[in-house]
Write a protein that binds this ligand. Structure first.
Ligand SMILES: *[C@@H]1O[C@H](CO)[C@@H](O)[C@H](O)[C@H]1NC(C)=O
Ligand SMILES: *[C@@H]1O[C@H](CO)[C@@H](O)[C@H](O)[C@H]1NC(C)=O
Length: 512
């Protein structure tokens, strides 16, 4: 009776904050612009065996095809209908992906673009990924169907109809975000069409949603949509499980709309996290890693159990949405690995790893003029497959950061130390820092410009551990460095400044 009551309570009140990953699978990866058939394979051959909890996918619904510039990545943020066909694949392939990933315990999180439809200048015709007719000028989307009555034009009070002033809450939520036709989410008709779309995805077996552009919707409108959603598919999820919700709210401080406005619906993306971590690891503005001692809420972030965190995302890695030059990306691989290592070792937030494609980055006057370039594709516009090289890296310009040994091993580290407290912090007052996670794992960084040779308390049981950054444990041997922890938990760490990766991480499952 008591247990039943507890389960009921948890099911009713907490589902939207719970990531719905399997136990001891504590991170998801954003496979940005991947095809569904490649994601299905990746779940089976790589993500499940390496303890990834899930995949954030690119928007699966029909989008406008933009030809000037030629099929930019952001065309997928311009919906035409809720039919499941895009450059990533059709509905059959989508169902196959969700089924195969769920069957190996890797869950799918959909990027839900529900604030708006396509841009006001997208024209009229059937240049959409399923071939559906639409007319942006008359706001006609018969494949949903939406008509002019279903948009916020009358409600928006800015002169241009676009968002002009981010200090005006009504403008931010009722006007067009960079000309994208703003749906009237106050209408039950519109809410119902969106809920139908999301419930279709739930029926197929997805585990949750990233709510795109949540800041541009009234929290109560988002709630009204979420209230219409079903519980997750009982074939893979316990009865009564609600979809995981994480809302894209870009709140770097200084604007009236706050991440906390959305806590009633689920988690929010904490954009301060990557911006600040990048500043610290780059040692800009006088920042030092020693200051990370109170990382998390102590830095003004939202509460840990409301945060979805990441070093970079598909927007800010190319200077879009809350970009800023401090954001670390695969282009700065050495620092990026350190930042990812820190994020995955630290208990704050629910972690998302980025997995990117390479594009011809080209700066003119400090701006990347190729920030629009879409995924690796063939002459006919189809997305190139993700090929896998003999050394497990990816080909065809897929970066696959999630396959980098250092990042993959830290995803495993986070699973091993799950639930353990932040412990044994050490720093040298500068950029040499270390911390443990109870008696399960320990990590140490040297981001200073001089070599480090220290004895510190790890909190770990005595033994020989494999560093999972320079190598890993294979056949009961270490392929990289070894660390000897003595009976009192102390260990010696030497990290010279010229090593490939100036950090070391050990955990109890990489002990000889
Ligand atoms: C979906 O795509 C696959 C692979 O290209 C194709 O074989 C299949 O016929 C398509 N299904 C539908 C319903 O279009
Ligand atoms: C740590 O940094 C300080 C400067 O803050 C430096 O004097 C000291 O030698 C460093 N400690 C170690 C162990 O390298």
């Amino acid at each position: 009776m008591g247990v039943y009551f507890l389960l009921l309570f948890v099911g009713l009140c907490w589902g939207q904050y719970n990531p719905n990953t399997l136990p001891k699978r504590t991170s998801i990866v954003h496979l940005f612009e991947w095809r569904w058939q490649d994601i299905a394979l990746e779940c089976e051959r790589y993500l499940a065996p390496n303890g990834f909890g899930g995949v954030q996918i690119s928007p699966p619904n029909e989008n406008v095809i933009i030809t000037d510039p030629q099929q930019p990545w952001w065309e997928r943020y311009q919906p035409v209908s809720y039919k499941l066909c895009t450059r990533s694949g059709n509905e059959t392939e989508f169902i196959d992906m969700v089924t195969r990933c769920n069957n190996v315990g890797v869950h799918i999180y959909v990027d839900a673009v529900i604030n708006h439809m396509c841009g006001a200048n997208a024209g009229a015709g059937d240049h959409a990924t399923c071939g559906s007719y639409f007319n942006a000028k008359t706001e006609d989307f018969p494949a949903v169907p939406y008509s002019g009555w279903d948009f916020n034009d009358h409600k928006c009070k800015s002169r241009s109809g676009n968002i002009e002033d981010y200090h005006d809450i009504s403008q931010v939520r009722d006007c067009r975000l960079v000309s994208l036709l703003d749906l009237a989410l106050g209408k039950d008709y519109v809410r119902s069409r969106i809920a139908e779309y999301l419930n279709h995805l739930i029926d197929i077996g997805v585990a949750g949603f990233r709510i795109d552009a949540a800041k541009h919707m009234w929290p109560e409108d988002v709630k009204a949509i979420l209230d219409k959603l079903k519980d997750l598919n009982a074939r893979w999820f316990p009865a009564g499980t609600k979809p995981f919700i994480y809302q894209e709210v870009i709140d770097l401080g200084g604007e009236p709309i706050k991440g906390s406005d959305y806590f009633g619906n689920g988690r929010v993306t904490e954009f301060k996290y990557g911006a600040k971590l990048g500043t610290v690891i780059r040692k800009w503005n006088g920042e030092k890693m020693a200051y990370l001692k109170n990382w998390g809420e102590g830095w003004g972030f939202v509460p840990s159990d409301r945060a979805l965190v990441f070093v970079d995302n598909h927007d800010n890695q190319r200077g879009h949405g809350a970009g800023g030059s401090s954001i670390l990306t695969f282009w700065d691989s050495r620092l990026y690995k350190m930042a990812s290592g820190f994020m995955l070792a630290h208990p704050y937030g629910f972690t998302r790893v980025m997995s990117s494609f390479r594009w011809p980055r080209y700066f003119e006057n400090g701006r990347d003029i190729n920030d629009w370039v879409g995924p690796p594709s063939n002459a006919d516009g189809s997305i190139k497959p993700v090929t896998i090289n003999a050394d497990t890296t990816c080909g065809n310009d897929w970066v696959c950061e999630h396959r980098w040994r250092q990042i993959k091993n830290m995803v495993i580290f986070r699973n091993v130390v799950d639930g353990e407290p932040f412990s044994n912090w050490w720093d040298n007052g500068s950029n040499q820092v270390a911390f443990g996670r109870g008696n399960k794992g320990f990590i140490i960084f040297n981001n200073d410009d001089w070599n480090m040779n220290v004895y510190v308390q790890t909190g770990l049981p005595a033994g020989t551990y494999c560093d999972v950054i320079s190598g890993q444990k294979e056949n009961n041997k270490c392929t990289g460095k070894q660390v000897f922890v003595s009976g009192d938990g102390m260990a010696n760490f030497q990290i010279n400044t010229d090593v490939e990766d100036p950090f070391i991480a050990i955990h109890v499952e990489a002990k000889l």
